[in-house]
Design a protein around this ligand. Structure first.
Ligand SMILES: [Zn+2]
Ligand SMILES: [Zn+2]
Length: 207
């Protein structure tokens, strides 16, 4: 590879790493929202409940520390990096992918904070569409809350929705395994809510 193609490949690899991380995050989020049940042992408490709580009270997770919010994606990123190292596939785009994957819920948190809470730098990143902003993420929190699962960028969600990617996947899973989406009790038409939810209802975000 000569110098010219080497330099051209840097932005391409950067873009591919960002979109790959966004897709994996969206995929995991979709599984959590659609199929993880709160009554499941271990996974229900560790993943299902925080997820259900986030749909009912979107700003509740802002009180969690960085590690409390990111531990599961960090674990997934660490496993993927370990596998890449073991297979001799590790490179800087893999590292970038892992950093974004591990911190995706932090970017998600910023989409629930106000411009004032985020400060000028994060707000600028959101305004420039380098990371996902509040208005874009609010689509995910609009009933029936079954679209726009990717939380890092604003690029992938419109493409995946145009392809009806998640809906088609759900249809296939139903056809092959009779798997049904769990009911999202945070949607307005559901009047019965989980009794373990904290009392104070908090809005989607301000700003
Ligand atoms: Zn969700
Ligand atoms: Zn959210």
């Amino acid at each position: 590879m000569n110098d010219w193609t080497g330099w051209v490949s840097i932005p391409l690899k950067t873009g591919a790493a960002i979109l790959a991380a966004d897709f994996v995050v969206g995929f995991v989020h979709w599984i959590e929202d659609a199929y993880v049940r709160e009554e499941w042992p271990v996974l229900g408490r560790l993943v299902g409940r925080p997820n259900i709580l986030h749909h009912h009270q979107p700003r509740h997770f802002l009180r969690n520390s960085w590690f409390q919010s990111c531990w599961d994606q960090l674990l997934l990123a660490a496993v993927l990096v370990a596998v890449a190292c073991a297979l001799g596939w590790y490179s800087w785009p893999v590292g970038l992918f892992a950093v974004l994957l591990g911190n995706s819920n932090q970017i998600h948190k910023w989409a629930h904070r106000s411009r004032k809470e985020n400060g000028p730098f994060i707000t600028l990143l959101q305004d420039l569409r380098i990371i996902q902003g509040t208005r874009h993420h609010a689509i995910h929190h609009t009933d029936p809350k079954s679209t726009h699962y990717c939380v890092i960028t604003e690029f992938l969600n419109p493409v995946l929705e145009r392809l009806r990617f998640w809906t088609r996947l759900e249809c296939l899973l139903y056809r092959w395994f009779h798997l049904r989406r769990r009911i999202d009790t945070s949607n307005r038409r559901h009047t019965i809510k989980p009794d373990w939810l904290p009392r104070a209802a908090v809005g989607m975000g301000r700003g």
